[in-house]
Unconditional design. Structure first.
Lengths: 1043, 129
């Protein structure tokens, strides 16, 4: 391509040169003509061509030449390797050669006019259009580098040039132009630039990873591929060192290439090389197949259509690609090995979702880049190694130098010491033994003293690097004295881990800064029991003549106890300061020595106002004597607790306080003063007062209610009963206190009461129960007992408050009501039964008469009618009696003294009047009286006497008697007869309504009479009973007001 | 001929029961006792035991239940079927009657025809043909 360009462009260049002084447009014209003529002149020497050109420009043969050349132009245009085009003066395209059609795939029809613009790259369209407009407007030559779309969609760079053809007047007749493919040139230029840039990066003193990242950015920017990554060797694997464009999942899945065995080890082939998976692994391992077009001779792998690969399974499973590139839709994939000294140290990977992104040429370029990167990486690595090595060497040198210096110094010191020592030795040899003895003694004393004071000493000879500890140091560290030779490490080992750095740097720092001494407080952990102790260390350095430190002497003081004491004291001081109570220190003369914030708050004096003053300023005038009393007491007994008294504030108000006074002693136990804690009890006093008043109110209330009431402590211990309790039970407070109440309980019920009450106490829940309590009269009455807990804010029961309400009357009323209801029901059934009796007769006999045979005799008819009549009469009687009974129950009662004897006499007289033929002996006791309702008494007596009159009707010598008997001071009234009597077995039924002991055949009756009698007695609160014997008389007796 | 003993203190009821028995058209003879004691006396003295006893509950002296207990307590007549016939509407009466050994329980209907039907069904059941 290049060659062709050279050949074809050379003549043009020549022409340009020859006419370099003409205008631009003229040059273009000549150029165009040259092209036109070139076919014809192809075999001629270049010189002749120039002549022809000048020949043609001569005006004479112009018209003819133009006409002639039309055909020649066509033939020529088709023969050149470039695209040739022509337009009208206005830019309307009228000609393209075949190259255009073949390259763009457009038809001529599509291309004519402005259709030429179609294959231009979208980014170039506007630019080329503007340039073309500009050119046609000014008639200037048109030259532009643009991308043109090939029929297969690929864009390539072209140089488009155009020049106007002018007539003699300078008017544009036509435009002629060419398009020359400069894509390879362009790409070569770009790759050159890219190489330069990458080389620049690699030569930059960046770290390797930074350089790699940068290279990827540059490559991506230049090539426009979707994803680019570089893998480099790290241990056995080749992870991505840098990448741009791959998804997280992709990197996660693909980052490792090594094949792992089941036990997690790395899989190695027979040559000892690590097995690597995937196509990446194949490229890195160099296991490429040169016969496969996918692989280049340089060991790269590339494809423009990865999907086609997936259809051909690879036999060797270990080498089978994981196909992730395919899964993620990368059609174009290139893997370029990065080499250093022929060894592959990684790969450059380029992926694109579009197919056909690579050319062999590009791969070759990338391989060059790969080689470049490989070498640079290897170099960078080597540099890094070298740098590290140099650092190590420098450090070693420094160390060596220091060691040398030290050695020299030590030798010098040692020599000096030695000579001095020798001299001294000679002098001291005589004294030595004595001195040694003294020393030993002194050392022993020293050791003892150290032990007592928990003070150890140590000495470090910096020249000999010999460290010695006194025995106490060992002990402080929880070691056996002389357990092992002292070392600085052993010392540091005992220092609390958190303090180690500080201790180490204190010592090292003092040496470094050349200080004479240093002090530090730190913790040590005793080895024997792991106890943490606090020590104070003080060290002094000693120098030789030249001022160098040669020895350090130090002491270790176990100050744990002191520290603890300080801490305790600090805490105590804090407590005192934060206390709400006043805490005041006085000496034995009553002079105030200390005064806390609590005291300020309570008394209103600031500390400086009172310290040094006599305590009497706090005491109300009436209580001044107390001061001496308290001091005297303290001297004897050392302590006064909770003395309730009064003090006076700065503002003159008197406040109630609770004083606690303790003696203050010196170290010898001598009393030197007193500490007073004054607690302001104003609130408590007020609360107590409020409580007392509230309790008084409560007691007054509790005494005024009709219920029995009491309260108990939280544990159920009863401390108070109201007056009603004592009145009812007839007990005393002494008997009742605590759990004494059990004595008024029914022993049978008590266990249940105790069980429930204790359960309530345990659960702090209210108590509710009915149980009997014995009254002072010895009678148990039912009480409803309710006990409520009074709780504080935490739910603790402070008190139990209980009431006992007498419900015996209520209970009795309930029982009576129930009995009455039952009786009522029985009564209604009886009434219905007895009423149905006569009714059935009436109904039955009426039916007989109405529906029966017509031939009943008159007697029979009369009999039936008679029975109907009697039935009706019976019913009438029954209804009347029922009304009487009901009346008895409802009638209002007025009780007065009633003369029952006269009442009985009247009734008997009436009976005699009704039945004058009967001879009955009636005895009525004189003066029988009762406090009762006179009307009801009449009903009562007439019923009883009626009965005696009736049941003696078949008795000869009938006798009736009304008398009284005195039974235990109470009157029993008796109505006796000697009539038919009754079976005692049925005596209890006699008083029930409708109950009769005799059939109607014997004695008539409705069975209501005695029921009425019984009800009257009941209304008078009495009782009634009957005694009798069949055919031998009966006695009905009653009493009033037994209940 | 089979005998039927009617025990009832109410004369009207005795007559009406006899009328009902007649109407039932059985070949039986009706006897009446006006109290529990009378009934027991009758049973102790009669030669051939009645085929059925119709017993009222509420009677002066020995009540129907007491009478039934005595009948059931005596081996001479404890096999005789007893149908309690009463005007009582107290529900507990029926329970008491069966508890005391009654074989049937019949409420005395006000309507004579109904009463006749009730009597007949009991006779049909207890009196052998």
């Amino acid at each position: 391509m290049k060659k062709i360009n050279e050949k074809k462009l050379k003549p043009n260049t020549a022409i340009k040169k020859s006419s370099s002084k003409t205008s631009q447009s003229q040059t273009s014209l000549t150029e165009g003509k040259a092209s036109l003529q070139s076919k014809r002149a192809a075999n001629r020497p270049q010189q002749s061509k120039t002549e022809i050109v000048s020949d043609i420009t001569s005006r004479k043969g112009l018209e003819l030449a133009l006409q002639e050349s039309e055909e020649a132009f066509q033939a020529l245009a088709e023969s050149v390797p470039q695209i040739v085009w022509a337009t009208r003066a206005d830019g309307w395209n009228i000609f393209f050669n075949d190259k255009w059609v073949k390259y763009t795939g457009l038809t001529l029809e599509e291309s004519y006019g402005h259709g030429w613009n179609i294959p231009f790259h979208p980014d170039d369209k506007q630019r080329s259009w503007d340039a073309w407009q500009q050119a046609t407007k000014h008639g200037a030559t048109y030259s532009l580098e643009v991308r043109l779309r090939r029929a297969d969609g690929v864009y390539r760079w072209w140089l488009v040039r155009g020049a106007p053809l002018l007539d003699t007047t300078g008017r544009i007749i036509k435009w002629f132009g060419t398009c020359t493919d400069i894509d390879d040139l362009k790409q070569a230029e770009r790759r050159q630039a890219l190489s330069t840039e990458i080389l620049g990066i690699l030569n930059n003193p960046l770290s390797m990873d930074e350089a790699i990242s940068k290279i990827i950015t540059v490559l991506k920017g230049e090539t426009g591929f979707d994803a680019i990554g570089i893998r480099l060797q790290r241990g056995d694997d080749f992870p991505y060192i840098a990448q741009d464009g791959f998804s997280k999942d992709f990197i996660l899945a693909e980052n490792t290439l090594t094949v792992h065995t089941q036990d997690g080890g790395v899989c190695v082939d027979k040559d000892g090389n690590v097995c690597l998976e995937c196509t990446c692994g194949m490229v890195i391992s160099g296991k490429t197949d040169p016969t496969n077009p996918m692989f280049t001779p340089n060991g790269s792998c590339w494809t423009n259509e990865s999907f086609a690969r997936a259809e051909h399974p690879i036999e060797d499973k270990r080498l089978h690609p994981r196909d992730r590139c395919i899964h993620e839709g990368y059609h174009s994939v290139a893997l370029i090995p990065l080499r250093a000294d022929k060894r592959i140290i990684g790969i450059l990977q380029l992926n694109d979702h579009r197919p056909n992104q690579f050319t062999l040429e590009m791969i070759s370029f990338l391989e060059n880049m790969g080689a470049l990167i490989g070498i640079a990486v290897a170099r960078k690595r080597a540099e890094d190694e070298m740098h590290k090595a140099k650092e190590r060497a420098d450090a070693l040198n420094l160390e060596l130098e220091t060691a040398n210096k030290e050695l020299e110094e030590r030798v010098a010191t040692r020599t000096a010491d030695l000579s001095r020592t020798n001299e001294q030795l000679r002098q001291e040899v005589g004294e030595r033994r004595r001195a040694e003895d003294r020393l030993r003694e002194s050392e022993m004393r020293m050791e003892r003293a150290q032990e007592i004071a928990h003070l150890g000493s140590w000495e470090l000879d910096l020249v000999s690097n010999h460290l010695s500890w006194s025995d106490e140091v060992y002990r402080i560290f929880g070691l056996q004295p002389r357990e092992f030779g002292a070392t600085y490490e052993a010392f540091l080992d005992r220092v609390h881990p958190d303090d180690r750095a500080a201790v180490d740097s204190a010592y090292a720092g003092s040496l470094r800064e050349g200080r004479d001494s240093y002090e530090i407080e730190h913790r040590v952990v005793r080895k024997s029991d792991e106890e943490v102790r606090i020590v104070h260390e003080k060290c002094e350095h000693f120098r030789n003549e030249s001022g160098a430190i040669i020895r350090s002497i130090g002491m270790v003081h176990d100050i744990t106890e002191r520290k603890q004491a300080e801490e305790v004291q600090g805490r105590l001081a804090a407590i005192i300061e934060s206390a709400e109570d006043a805490i005041i220190g006085e000496d034995l003369n009553g002079i105030i020595q200390s005064w806390n914030v609590g005291a300020e708050n309570i008394f209103g004096y600031a500390a400086e106002e009172v310290i040094g003053k006599h305590v009497s300023i706090l005491v109300p005038s009436g209580r001044v004597d107390e001061i001496q009393d308290i001091l005297a007491w303290i001297k004897d007994r050392e302590r006064i607790a909770n003395l309730e008294t009064e003090r006076i504030r700065k503002d003159g108000t008197i406040i109630p306080v609770s004083l606690t006074v303790s003696a203050i002693k010196d170290a010898n136990g001598r009393i030197i003063g007193a500490s007073k804690i004054a607690h302001d009890i104003t609130d408590r006093k007020l609360a107590e007062e409020a409580l007392r008043s509230s309790e008084e109110q409560f007691r007054a209330l509790a005494d005024s209610i009709p219920n029995l009431a009491w309260w108990a402590n939280g544990d159920g211990y009863i401390t108070w009963y109201n007056q009603r309790w004592y009145e009812y039970t007839g007990t005393t407070p002494e008997q009742m206190e605590g759990w004494g109440w059990q004595s008024v309980h029914d022993p049978e019920v008590l266990p249940k009461v105790l069980e429930r009450w204790k359960a309530s106490i345990a659960a702090s829940e209210p108590f509710d129960m009915d149980f009997p309590l014995r009254g002072s009269d010895g009678i148990f009455r039912s009480f409803l007992t309710r006990i409520m807990p009074l709780k504080d804010s935490t739910g603790r029961v402070l008190r139990w408050f209980g009431t006992n309400t007498d419900i015996s009357a209520l209970k009795q009323a309930n029982e009576e009501l129930e009995a009455a209801n039952k009786e009522m029901e029985a009564f209604i059934y009886s009434v219905s039964h007895d009423l149905r009796g006569p009714l059935r007769g009436i109904s039955g006999f009426s039916q007989m008469l109405l529906e029966g045979s017509m031939d009943y005799t008159d007697d029979k008819k009369k009999n039936y009618l008679n029975r109907i009549y009697l039935g009706a009469a019976k019913m009438g009687q029954l209804i009347e009696d029922l009304l009487r009974l009901s009346h008895i129950s409802r009638q209002e009662m007025t009780r007065i003294n009633v003369d029952l004897s006269s009442l009985a006499i009247d009734i008997v007289a009436e009976l005699r009047q009704c039945d004058p033929d009967r001879k009955v002996e009636v005895k009525i006791e004189e003066g029988i009286a009762a406090f009762a309702d006179p009307g009801l008494m009449r009903v009562l007596l007439s019923n009883l006497l009626d009965n005696t009159w009736k049941f003696t009707s078949r008795t000869e010598d009938a006798q009736i008697e009304f008398a009284t008997v005195n039974e235990g001071g109470r009157t029993v009234y008796c109505v006796k007869d000697n009539g038919s009597g009754f079976n005692q077995e049925y005596a209890n039924k006699m008083f029930l309504p409708f109950h009769r002991l005799h059939g109607n055949e014997e004695f008539e009756g409705t069975g209501i009479g005695l029921a009425i009698v019984e009800r009257i007695i009941r209304r008078h609160g009495g009782r009634i009973w009957a005694e009798g014997q069949e055919n031998n008389g009966a006695t009905v007796s009653f009493m009033l007001d037994t209940k | 001929m089979n005998t039927i003993l009617i025990v009832d203190d109410n004369r009207d009821d005795v007559d009406l029961t006899e009328i009902a028995i007649d109407a039932a058209g059985l070949e039986v003879k009706a006897e009446a006792a006006f109290s529990g004691n009378d009934a027991l006396k009758y049973l102790q003295n009669v030669e051939s035991m009645p085929a059925l006893i119709l017993l009222d509950l509420k009677m002066p002296g020995l009540s129907g239940i007491e009478t039934l207990q005595k009948i059931r307590g005596d081996s001479r007549f404890n096999k005789i079927p007893v149908v309690v016939v009463t005007a009582s509407l107290l529900p507990s009466d029926e329970e008491d009657a069966y508890a005391a050994g009654a074989n049937g329980y019949l409420n005395k209907a006000l309507d004579l025809k109904q009463f006749g039907k009730d009597i007949k069904s009991h006779l049909d059941r207890w009196v052998p043909k």
